[in-house]
Design a protein around this ligand. Structure first.
Ligand code: IMP
Length: 428
């Protein structure tokens, strides 16, 4: 079986877009299993940047099928714009894009609710969501009043469902300051356009992927967000509304868990977080500014400046456990190489563990690493294309990560371009 899951091992933004883009060169199918356009994956090809929010990062290759699974939530307007943008680069033929009939639709009132709720929250109650309607859409799904892609093809059912949703959310919308409730007629009109556009793309995604695996094709499962944003295992309530961890692959695509051969976790060489919630290894003052500036740490979806800090090895050990990681991809090593001083957290005081009570008060014990802070380090790293060309300080850092996390490092990111990558293991 030639299958590989690629998941975020931190709080999202680990560089999954680039890693999946690189690995997708060898894949026949790339499938996303959860989340929606809260994700933002940046691909850099020949200096050109493509940011995807819904379409899997495999879209950069001709002939690779890009699949959006049932576990996703889809804003069709956003998907249409994104596909038009990618097709403008001469990529992603219609027959290469497949959308699950069971994915749920983000409706305009989900977006509105998300924003109004965020505005109405005060202090620690703020989650810092991306305001894309993700939470309200998954909430409707769990409440069994969500609207699936398949409902677009049955206008009578769609009307009944929209009316049910209007009854459920109108009072809250108006209470939070919306000028009006759900406009069912206007939505039905939009929905007929969405149905026309989606019709050639929809299918039973689980069967398509299962057949591909049976035929010996190489299938990549692309995660969104990261382990610590998982709705069950992350820093709840400061999480997204889905299973971001590898357990979501099977549920979100409709294939059995025994079809996932291995799972690689992506981690930056340091840590970032966007939105509210605990972040024990956040750097202070100038050190944080230096990481943000060196790494260009601003959200690909919202443009928000990311909080930045040091690599958190206890959090990475946690991510390795909940995902059953078989490999680790370490990205943005070149960014760390630009900093005057590099620290790492091997443990917290009080023996606190991520995912357990007390994580928000965890106090990291730091070690300052030697051999970093050399102005030549970054250019040496960016030019490196094999492990033997990696400077000693960086190799020692990778050894430390492997030893502390107990998972082999399988891929390195030494610069933003897809060519600035060092592959250390066969993904399939
Ligand atoms: P939501 O997913 O928009 O509901 O946001 C919930 C939390 O997850 C917020 O803290 C967001 O900043 C965070 N989040 C959601 N998607 C991403 C992502 O792709 N990268 C990083 N953080 C994310």
């Amino acid at each position: 079986m030639k299958t590989l899951g690629v998941v975020g091992a931190q709080w999202g933004d680990e560089g999954k877009g680039k890693v999946v883009d690189v690995l997708a060169a060898q894949a026949d199918v790339v499938a996303r299993y959860s989340g929606g356009n809260n994700a933002g994956h940046t691909l850099v090809m020949d200096g050109k940047k493509i940011i995807t929010h819904l379409v899997p990062s495999g879209c950069a290759y001709k002939g690779t099928a890009c699949v959006l699974g049932a576990g996703m939530v889809i804003d069709v307007d956003v998907l249409q714009d994104e596909v038009a943008g990618i097709q403008g680069h001469g990529l992603l033929r219609d027959d290469e894009l497949k959308v699950s009939l069971d994915a749920h639709l983000i409706m305009p009132y989900h977006r509105e609710l998300d924003g109004l709720r965020e505005d109405s929250r005060i202090g620690a109650a703020k989650i810092g969501t991306t305001r894309r309607g993700i939470g309200p859409c998954y909430e409707a799904k769990a409440a069994r009043r969500g609207i699936k892609v398949r409902d677009l093809f049955d206008p009578n059912t769609l009307r009944v469902r929209l009316e049910g949703n209007a009854a459920a959310v109108d009072a809250e919308l108006l209470h939070l300051g919306a000028s009006r409730g759900v406009d069912v007629d206007a939505l039905l009109k939009s929905a007929s356009g969405w149905a026309r556009w989606l019709e050639p793309l929809v299918c039973d995604v689980g069967a398509v992927i299962d057949d591909a695996i049976t035929d010996g094709k190489r299938v990549l499962f692309e995660g969104a967000q990261g382990a610590l944003l998982d709705v069950d295992h992350g820093t709840y309530p400061y999480v997204t509304s889905t299973t971001t961890t590898a357990g979501g692959i099977s549920a979100g695509l409709g294939i059995g868990p025994t079809k996932i051969r291995s799972v690689w976790g992506i981690t930056k060489a340091y840590t970032t977080r966007v939105g509210a919630g605990p972040f024990p290894t956040r750097a202070e003052g100038e050190a944080e500014e230096q990481i943000r500036a060196a790494g260009g740490e601003f959200g690909a979806t919202t443009g928000r400046p990311r909080d930045c800090g040091w690599l958190d090895l206890p959090a990475l050990r946690f991510a390795a456990r909940v995902n059953g990681l078989t490999g680790l991809c370490v990205t943005k090593l070149d960014v760390l190489a630009m900093l005057p001083e590099v620290m790492v957290c091997r443990a917290y005081r009080d023996g606190v563990t991520p995912g357990r009570d007390g994580f928000s008060r965890a106090q990291p014990i730091y070690e300052t690493l030697s051999g970093w802070g050399d102005p030549a380090l970054q250019s040496l790293l960016r030019a490196a294309r094999s492990l033997s060309e990696i400077p000693t300080a960086v190799r020692e850092y990778l050894d430390l990560i492997e030893q502390e996390v107990g998972v082999p490092v399988t891929l390195l990111g030494v610069g933003p371009d897809r060519t600035e990558t060092i592959s250390l293991a066969d993904p399939f």
